[in-house]
Design a protein around this ligand. Structure first.
Ligand SMILES: NC(=O)c1ccc[n+]([C@@H]2O[C@H](COP(=O)([O-])OP(=O)(O)OC[C@H]3O[C@@H](n4cnc5c(N)ncnc54)[C@H](O)[C@@H]3O)[C@@H](O)[C@H]2O)c1
Length: 252
């Protein structure tokens, strides 16, 4: 067993009630971090917290500045915060440019773009006050290449990759690194919902998604969690402004 990488660190994880946020939180806790879990799903938060010793939970919506402020206050009360992972996100509907409604488009952008920005808006000052740290956001391969059936999701994740670059450059002199992971198709409740939403076309959609991944399978949540933990850790000390595909070769 290698030495734990996050002993004594305080980490905020949004989207901590499910999927990639949950495995990130569990990995951080297993390596000594005290985790502050944020999500709108209270039952899911409690399940994750049960596996993260010393963690606390804050229920709220990433699109709400008031909720994000509560999150920041709860985290600051624990001590210096140096780590942030922003996994909360939504896929939105599988509808093309002409079919998605204005309301649906706005909701995807509210959660994925504004929600990510608000998390940074409220937690970055704590990381600065602590003297530095590391942020990992969750973009997607969909933000790096064309995605005609999910244009709002793709554009929202491209926005996240742009935020990563701007923030990384601005914050590097302050000892704060900012990166993202860009997962391919990873088995989480989000992917399951995508396939379930295809109804009778499920098998066809699964086969289409699978064919995009040269490695010949979907990713495991733990494989994304491992990349997030590496980017958060001091071992990645010279890496900032990177949007890292974790995609079984999809973008190769
Ligand atoms: N699973 C994949 O294949 C995949 C691929 C690429 C990118 N991603 C990204 O990774 C991140 C995590 O995805 P996942 O697969 O774990 O999904 P998930 O649906 O399992 O988990 C997402 C979590 O975000 C929370 N959330 C959503 N909207 C919220 C809001 N407004 N306020 C607070 N919490 C909210 C949900 O309650 C849920 O717990 C997302 O940003 C997603 O876009 C996932």
């Amino acid at each position: 067993m290698t030495s734990p990488r996050f002993t004594g660190r305080i980490a905020v994880v949004t989207g901590g009630a499910s999927g990639l946020g949950r495995v990130t939180a569990e990995g951080l806790a297993a390596e000594g971090a005290r985790v502050v879990l944020f999500d709108r799903d209270e039952a899911g938060l409690a399940e994750t917290a049960a596996k993260c010793p010393g963690s606390i939970t804050v229920a709220g919506d990433v699109t709400s500045a008031a909720d994000q402020q509560r999150l920041a206050e709860a985290a600051a009360a624990l001590g210096p915060v140096t780590l942030l992972a922003t996994a909360a996100g939504t896929l939105g509907p599988t509808l093309g440019f002409l079919d998605i409604s204005e309301e649906q488009w706005d909701r995807v952008f509210d959660i994925n773009v504004k929600g990510t920005w608000l998390s940074i808006r409220y937690i970055l000052p704590l990381i600065k006050a602590a003297g530095g740290g590391s942020i990992v956001t969750f973009a997607s391969t969909a933000g790096l290449i064309a995605q005609p059936v999910m244009p709002a999701y793709a554009a929202s994740k491209a926005a996240v990759t742009s935020m990563v670059r701007s923030l990384a450059k601005g914050e590097a002199p302050n000892g704060i690194r900012v990166n993202s992971v860009c997962p391919g198709s990873i088995w989480t409740p989000m992917l399951e919902a995508t396939f379930a939403g295809a109804g009778e076309e499920r098998a066809k959609r699964e086969a289409e998604f699978l064919a995009r991944h040269p490695i010949g399978r979907f990713g495991k949540a733990e494989e994304v969690g491992a990349a997030v933990l590496f980017l958060l850790s001091d071992a990645a000390g010279f890496i900032t402004g990177v949007n890292l595909p974790v995609d079984g070769g999809r973008l190769a």
